[in-house]
Design a protein around this ligand. Structure first.
Ligand code: RUQ
Ligand code: CUA
Ligand code: CA
Length: 647
């Protein structure tokens, strides 16, 4: 390589850098046998195309109209995206890619007051001294509730991988309303709601949420058996979608990773990359085979009802035995382990409900598992669970996540190849059956760079519409203005409505989204104004404003109406524990007020007709100007109240 070509002094992106990344990635994969464009010393020289690569990829210009949202017009889709280890959930409008909101969930957010107000602390959970139990979180997988096989706009569920918590977001207010700790697991990663009840045909909506734990630990994890690594185990958890209580858990062999559910409610699935139950990563890659593990929901619940359960440590959650040995007879088995090549990542259900695509990660294949065949295995009609695999096309290096269109095609992210591969399900099945004329791979598109997650518009519902695929890339490198060593990620928008994929846009996203979903906007019905009656502590009449004292506990009731708070001042004493309850009496849409107190670390916002409260200690006598932090009125700067702390 000629140095001057690749190290530009002005910091401008250099298109040829893409090849470095690929080269570096392949260096770790000796013998992978891919042809890679290594040369291309001159910038204008195109890289040697990899096998099967499109000769000339269609460019954005071809589909510019598909991303244009003129000023004043609204997007056609919502995209809900996990924030990753920022602990939040983001909302984007698509196709514009405009970020509309960040919903704080496992993080602390000083704009809204999440993690600061008493109401949000009660949801997140506190320690005996009133501090938050945790201030960190790692959101990965966002999945909404279903009715009749499609999104019903009621809830979104999201995991916290760090502390193994499941959160629920109400879609009318787009705020988190419940968080549940999963007992006796670590590395809670994949999650997916069920789509209907496996037994009661009348229940055609989400009532359960399944959670896969990735790491095995001593059970219970109370300090004994620390070095008895052979006894470490993992659990698969079912949470009630309404009460958010944990219903049951399944003790398994191997680990869980991502989770999928069937459209008939009968099965939940998780891909397993560590059937070896290795502790160090070479052990986790030791075997040629791992698995996709299926759970027979109705049988598990019968076993729980029949009391065939144990309990782990102090947890009251019933645990059934889903390990291989205890489930050798398919006719009574609770679990079915379908062998899948080496360390798969990702399992996704096709919109017709017939298949699960389970990607290879360390195998260049995607395995297509037939739902019907798995049910047959549970009926004792298959010799081997592996017979449930009906296709296993070679699609490229490092396949991770798969999305689907409405024409029988799958789109899988190839992490190592930095490509999206489009493959046809029917062709893959025919080819697997020996039909030499069937060609599974239909198209490939380069993405920038190293895609992890990929998903299609409405693609996880029976209403998959085949419009867009989003490639959430793990590296953005030279795609955006440099912002220091920590780069944004790229979410690339791809038009999948035609035969060829067309790259439409690069959207920058701050670190570090994992999975997302794309929902048609008509499904989401939000409330624009709160109902004051929903808040038990609301200060319903400004005349109720004032101070009440019980010993050193002081409660201040306050209302806001632009541009004033109901109390211009209030007096408390050094050593008091002060609770401020603030109800926003403004009824005008979008008229939110804030409330901040200097030196007391208080800041939160109240939207129209909303009530929030905060509790804090006052230790330093003095005058503290409480002020409105949210621009609300021409006299916003004048909107203040004085907290006077007497010695
Ligand atoms: S998972 S790259 Cu990020 Cu939670 Cu698949
Ligand atoms: Cu009220 Cu600004
Ligand atoms: Ca493995």
């Amino acid at each position: 390589m000629s140095q001057h070509q690749d190290q530009k002094l002005d910091g401008q992106p250099d298109a040829s850098r893409r090849k470095f990344l690929n080269t570096a990635a392949f260096a770790g994969l000796a013998g992978a046998g891919l042809s890679v464009g290594l040369s291309a010393c001159k910038q204008e020289q195109a890289p040697a195309p990899a096998q099967n690569a499109p000769a000339a990829a269609p460019t954005a210009a071809a589909g510019a109209h598909k991303i244009e949202v003129p000023p004043g017009e609204l997007d056609t889709y919502y995209s809900f995206s996990s924030g990753g280890h920022s602990g939040d959930v983001r909302i984007y409008g698509l196709p514009s890619g405009r970020q509309l909101k960040s919903i704080p969930v496992f993080n602390v957010d000083c704009m809204s007051g999440w993690g600061i107000t008493n109401e949000s602390k009660a949801i997140v959970g506190t320690r005996p001294d009133g501090r938050l139990k945790y201030i960190t979180g790692d959101t990965h997988h966002v999945h909404p509730s279903y009715t009749d096989g499609t999104y019903d706009g009621k809830y979104i569920f999201v995991n916290d991988k760090i502390h193994s918590r499941l959160a629920r977001i109400r879609l009318d207010t787009m705020e988190c309303d419940k968080i549940t700790d999963l007992p006796n697991v670590q590395g809670f990663h994949g999650t997916f709601p069920d789509k209907r009840d496996p037994v009661d045909a009348a229940v055609n909506h989400t009532t359960r949420v399944f959670c896969g734990a990735e790491f095995s630990i001593p059970l219970p994890n109370d300090g004994h058996g620390l070095d008895d690594t052979a006894a470490y185990r993992s659990l698969f958890t079912c949470v009630d979608a309404e009460t958010m209580q944990v219903r049951w858990q399944v003790l398994i062999d191997g680990n869980c990773d991502l989770v999928a559910t069937s459209y008939d409610g009968k099965l939940a699935a998780t891909n397993q990359y560590n059937v070896e139950m290795g502790i160090h990563y070479p052990e986790m890659m030791a075997g040629e085979w791992d698995a996709c593990l299926f759970f027979n929901v109705a049988r598990i619940e019968e076993a729980v009802k029949a009391g065939k359960v144990t309990h782990i440590g102090s947890s009251k959650v019933p645990v059934v035995d889903g390990r291989k040995e205890a489930n050798a007879d398919p006719k009574t088995a609770l679990t079915c382990y379908v062998p899948i090549p080496k360390n798969p990542h990702g399992v996704n259900t096709s919109p017709d409900g017939k298949y699960y695509a389970c990607s290879g990660k360390l195998s260049p294949t995607a395995s297509l598992i037939s739902h019907e065949q798995v049910l047959k295995w549970f009926d004792g009609e298959l010799k081997e669970a592996r017979e449930a695999v009906v296709a296993e096309p070679e699609i490229g290096l490092g396949p991770l996540h798969t999305g689907f269109d409405n024409k029988g095609n799958a789109y899988t992210t190839l992490f190592l190849d930095s490509q999206i591969v489009k493959w046809n399900l029917d062709a893959a099945i025919k080819s697997f059956q020996g039909d030499k004329t069937a060609v599974p791979v239909v198209d490939r598109l380069d993405v920038h760079y190293q895609p992890g997650h990929g998903f299609t518009s409405m693609g996880e519902t029976k209403e998959a519409d085949g419009q867009y695929f989003i490639s959430d890339n793990k590296f953005s490198k030279d795609r955006f203005l440099p912002v220091g060593p920590l780069h944004p990620e790229t979410a690339q928008m791809i038009d999948i409505s035609g035969d060829k994929m067309v790259l439409l846009a690069d959207h920058s996203v701050t670190s570090e989204p994992h999975d997302s979903i794309v929902i048609r906007r008509d499904i989401i019905k939000t409330r624009q104004i709160y109902d004051m009656n929903d808040f038990p502590n609301a200060v319903k009449d400004p005349k109720e404003s004032g101070l009440t004292r019980e010993g050193n506990k002081v409660t201040i009731k306050l209302t806001s109406q632009a541009p004033a708070y109901s109390l211009p001042e209030f007096r408390v004493k050094k050593g008091d524990e002060v609770t401020i309850i603030l109800t926003n009496h403004d009824k005008v849409e979008d008229l939110t007020h804030g409330f901040a107190i200097p030196k007391h670390d208080i800041n939160f916002a109240v939207s129209p007709q909303e009530t929030k409260s905060v509790t804090f200690k006052v230790d330093q006598p003095g005058v503290y100007w409480c002020y409105c932090t949210h621009f609300c009125h021409a006299l916003h700067l004048e909107m203040r109240s004085r907290m006077i702390v007497e010695a």
